[in-house]
Design a protein around this ligand. Structure first.
Ligand code: G4P
Length: 287
């Protein structure tokens, strides 16, 4: 077991609720199935973060999907703080059983303790800052609780562990690895960017063909109606954005970086690359 996983297991003993952040553009690839095992018996909330970068219709579809599985879910934009206010009432709903159990035992007003988890770059620190805001006070070490843990008291009903749990993405499935590379959750230095750009173009051709045409003024078909290859499309982007090496040679690496950067920052529009209805059986196992 990795050190991070062991630490997460230790922290699990201290909490009632897991707030799991996923990237709304790829809600399946950005989950780690280990969390189901690690979080057994805990209340769970899934937050579709970066929902501002994802397709609104797909956000709704994913919300329905998670809710249909009995998982409390919410769309958020941690960067702008959108959706954050609604979390408190969702926490009460997600922890209703625990609160009722406490009450039966005569324990009243014990705050719910929560931990934020997610893969790198999904927005955990941004979320904690937005959720905890400035009003929060760090409660410091609690007697009887593992030394060194810092809790942020958000209100009388909720305390948050101040360090998020980092889950490592699962790269075993090629498609999952590719989707994670698109959103920048993999180290770009180990990726052949031209290949990744062509993979992204292929998916965009299928899901959002107009996004590429609108941004770069290039078309998927030539004048005779024949389909361009993805390499030809990348060349089109390089030409349109004047990505040249010495002389007239096209700088396809630069064009690839540009395309990926445009996708990651939302300049290609609000795009979601995974759809609930397309879930493969193997991916379904993760939920
Ligand atoms: P992590 O702790 O999970 O590793 O992620 P972190 O909060 O560092 O966020 C990673 C990047 O995602 C940051 O961008 C952050 O601003 C951005 N981000 C987080 N939540 C949202 C969201 O809901 N919407 C959008 N659009 N972006 C979000 P960065 O480029 O690394 O930093 P910065 O230039 O924004 O400061």
């Amino acid at each position: 077991m990795t050190k991070a996983k062991r630490m997460m297991q230790e922290n699990m003993k201290l909490i009632d609720l897991i707030i799991e952040l996923v990237d709304a553009r790829v809600p399946i690839a950005s989950r780690n199935p280990d969390i189901d095992e690690l979080g057994k018996g805990k209340s769970r909330i899934v937050l579709l973060n970066k929902s501002d970068l994802a397709d609104e219709r797909c956000n709704k579809a994913w919300m329905q999907y998670f809710e249909g599985k009995g998982i409390f879910a919410l769309e958020v934009n941690s960067k702008a703080g959108a959706g954050i206010k609604a979390i408190n009432s969702l926490v009460q709903k997600a922890c209703a059983e625990k609160i009722a159990r406490d009450r039966k035992r005569g324990i009243v007003n014990r705050p719910v303790r929560a931990m934020v988890v997610g893969i790198p770059n999904v927005g955990k620190s941004t979320f904690i800052n937005a959720f905890a805001g400035r009003a929060c006070t760090k409660t410091g070490n609690k007697p009887g609780v593992t030394k060194g843990k810092q809790w942020i008291r958000l209100n009388k009903n909720l305390e948050l562990l101040d360090t998020p749990g980092i889950l490592w993405p699962k790269f075993e499935d090629n498609l999952v690895g590719m989707h994670l590379a698109f959103i920048g959750s993999m180290n770009d230095e180990i990726i052949v960017m031209e290949e990744l750009a062509c993979d992204l173009l292929e998916i965009l051709r299928e899901l959002y063909p107009e996004a590429v045409a609108d941004r770069y003024g290039i078309f998927w078909r030539d004048e005779a109606g024949g389909a361009h290859s993805m390499a030809a499309m990348l060349e089109g982007i390089a030409r349109c954005r004047r990505c040249f090496l010495k002389g007239e040679n096209l700088d396809l690496k630069k064009a690839s970086d540009l395309l990926l950067d445009d996708f990651r920052s939302g300049r290609l529009g609000r795009l979601t690359l995974e759809r609930p209805e397309e879930l493969q059986t193997s991916e379904q196992k993760k939920i």
